[in-house]
Design a protein around this ligand. Sequence first.
Ligand code: ACO
Length: 403
Amino acid sequence: MIGPRSVRLTGWGMYAPERVLSNADLEKLVDTSDEWIRSRTGIRERRMAAPHETTATMAAVAGKRAVAVAGLQPDDIDLILVATLTPDYWMPATAALVKEAIGNSRAAAFDVMAACSGFVYAYATADAYVRSGMYRHVLVAGSELLTRFLDFSDRNTCILFGDGAGAVVVSASDQEGGGAAGFELTTDPDGAYMVWLPSGGSRSPPSAETISRGEHYVRMEGKETYRYATKTLATSALTAIKRAGWDPDEVDLYIPHQANMRIIEAVAKGLNLPMDKMFVNLDRYGNTSAASVGIALAEAVDGGRVQVGDKVVLVAFGAGFTSGAVAIEWTADPILGRRADSVEPVASVRAPVNWDSVDPIPPRLRELLEADAGPHVPLEDVVPGEPPQGDGHRADAKREVPA
Ligand code: ACO
């Protein structure tokens, strides 16, 4: 099998549910305050999926957008990878549901589980498949529906996470150069129980007892995770940059996992970089785990922060502990992001026959929703390709979009 001349990122897209869950909403559920959450994490609000939405529906919308931006038809995709720690079901793979939802009839499809590093791990997997010559176009989606796995009486965790999806297409190219120039992936099992979800797997199958103990919710040792994150984000990024043959200050934009503003600031300080080299959108989405880097990348490109020829580093850490980075030389014209405008924010995922799931919304969130419809942000605000919001900076919004 002969590999391509280069492997390039050709499409990108994102999806965020409409419903905003603000810090003020969380003040009604746990003993916390907007001030505490903002000052300790930088998060102002996060998104919460509607009852009819799932990890697969969100991945499908982001995925359809990425395929459109790449100028491809769904059936051009040879492999679909979904990075998630919140799959629709234990089986089948969420990627199988996404395949049908995006209208693809021929791709292989499987999930990648590396927690918040999942998007970078899946990107590396996609690159390897394309580089080997086995596939030409791989869709990588990171999608998470974390609000259904949080204990909304635990202030240590429930304030941090949100829902959403980001996607890219990784393609074979007949042109030389560009694309991923260096990777680093690590796993440190010393951190295996620092961020974890105890029950539901073979070690502790779900039962009335595991549920009464609240073992179906995310648990976290915040301080240990914080310490690991600051160290590993810096070392993973540096290793990927070194493998690319670059220096850290040559990189135009770092797109780190959006977990905590203080973590991102510490990484910038550690690498001796100004904060304007760090892309940040966690104030609006919180930590969306495997979706976070994909959402941030789509917003960075559509917001005019990435240009052809730029050096971009995606870097993430997560439960496991896992960590990963990819150093990318950007080749796609950012204006192509406008092609995503034609993709409606809806996806239809095959429903099971003769089975009705129970209400998927956790009871405390259900009470909140019923008591207060909450602030409503129109979907247009988060769809790539829309006119700039507030101080948005899509410099090239009026350029013509190639079909
Ligand atoms: N509101 C108000 N007070 C709070 C809250 C809250 N939401 N949460 C904790 N506190 C209290 C604590 O009880 C503690 O009180 P005490 O001093 O009386 O004991 C005090 O605030 C300080 O708590 P710390 O845990 O020391 O706060 P810290 O500054 O470490 O911030 C945080 C906590 C935000 C969780 C931080 O440690 C962090 O971001 N860690 C990394 C988490 C992370 O990135 N997780 C992602 C994992 S990746 C994945 O794969 C899922």
